[in-house]
Design a protein around this ligand. Structure first.
Ligand SMILES: *Cc1c(COP(=O)(O)O)cnc(C)c1O
Length: 366
């Protein structure tokens, strides 16, 4: 080869995304395909955000305003926090990546997380040459935060906890997060990824952010990709200790949140009807799917998110259910890449999509 690739890159197992609708439509010659694989919003893009993107299409030749101040102010208002704590990124993926690069020195520092967990944390750490320490989740998919704290040492810079968790949907009580923050060694920050937090039944009881806690070693990650219906726009945000937010703005590529993403984000925050309807449809759909899959003999894990994780009845392989659904034009998420080949993850869809899914599964699991 005429070039050299760092060993961290040549040996990398990349992020494994959900399959796309076009891919499956072509492969199986289907007229219509439904996708319940990537935890996108079942109601689509908020109407006010669609309008904003159309209205601002003519501004696309301009660079965005440095630091996206209008969006930052709107997010700060939404969460009742000081705007100096708010950062935005090209998806929360960008914020996760940049935090690792800002905080961890390769060969010296480490990050700690659970196994399985959202794979961006270990993948971006490995790309940076940063050690990843992992502790298995419990057999019932709850998280033992004491075990995570025990992995951390004076070289730990970040401890990642996802709540509700991906892929299980498990919600960690806020009180346990407070205890973890107190138990971490000096220099280690607790990163609570709250990508799905607004889908829980009781956000106040589950979220330190919603409860108004402002601990010096805790940061929060949120996203416009799920309840705000903007996954394809790529917009995420973080609520960080103010001094860390200041460093973030210095280290970030200047214009990673583009003009249309900023306008779409502002409009999505304003579209409170769409958001309320999203939360209602997801909570009702989650209850219906949980009951429906249990009725088919599946083990369904309790979820506070806009997806559920399930294990098919004995004698039915998860891979066969996944393939059978694909042939019927329904894409769900196999969890092999999470190390859970016997499990499936299903995003909550519209009532019609949920019913189609259950009908197809009733055939496949009979
Ligand atoms: C979907 C998801 C995100 C959001 O990622 P974006 O880059 O904002 O689209 C973050 N964390 C977890 C655990 C997720 O599942």
């Amino acid at each position: 080869m005429s070039f050299h690739v760092r060993p961290e890159i040549s040996g990398l197992t990349p992020y494994s995304p959900g399959l796309s609708i076009d891919e499956i439509r072509e492969r199986f010659g289907l007229a219509s395909v439904i996708k319940l694989a990537s935890n996108e919003n079942p109601l689509g893009t908020p109407p006010l955000a669609q309008e904003a993107v159309r209205r601002h299409a003519g501004d696309a030749f301009r660079y965005p305003q440095s630091g996206n101040p209008r969006l930052v102010r709107a997010i700060a208002r939404h969460h009742h926090v000081d705007e100096r704590r708010v950062v935005v990124g090209n998806g929360s993926d960008e914020i996760i990546d940049l935090l690792i690069r800002m905080l961890a020195q390769p060969g010296r520092n480490n990050i700690v997380c659970f196994d399985p967990c959202f794979s961006i944390y270990p993948i971006q750490s490995r790309i940076c040459g940063v050690e990843v320490r992992r502790v298995p989740v419990e057999a019932d998919f709850s998280l033992n935060l004491g075990k995570l704290a025990a992995l951390a040492d004076e070289n730990t810079v970040l401890a990642f906890v996802t709540s509700p968790d991906n892929p299980s949907g498990y919600v960690t009580p806020a009180q346990e997060l407070r205890a973890l923050a107190a138990a971490l060694p000096a220099g280690a920050l607790l990163a609570v990824d709250e990508a799905y937090m607004d889908f829980t039944e009781d956000e106040q009881a589950a979220s330190l952010l919603a409860a108004g806690d402002d601990l010096p070693n805790v940061l929060f990650l949120r996203t416009f990709s799920k309840s705000f219906g903007l996954a394809g726009i790529r917009l995420g945000y973080g609520i960080l200790p103010a001094a860390l937010a200041d460093y973030y703005w210095r280290a970030r590529l200047p214009f990673s949140v583009n003009v249309l993403a900023e306008e779409a984000g502002l409009a999505a925050l304003a579209d409170t009807d769409f958001r309320a309807e999203t939360l209602r449809v997801v909570r009702e759909g989650r209850a219906a799917l949980t009951e429906g899959f249990r009725g088919l003999g599946c083990t369904v894990h309790p979820s506070g998110a806009n997806f559920i994780m399930l294990e098919p009845p004995a004698g039915k392989a998860a891979a066969d259910i996944f393939e059978g659904l694909l042939r019927r034009g329904i894409i769900i998420r196999p969890l092999k890449s999470y190390g859970l080949p016997h499990m499936l993850r299903v995003s909550i869809g519209t009532p019609e999509e949920n019913a189609m899914l259950l009908r197809a599964c009733a055939e496949l699991m009979a």
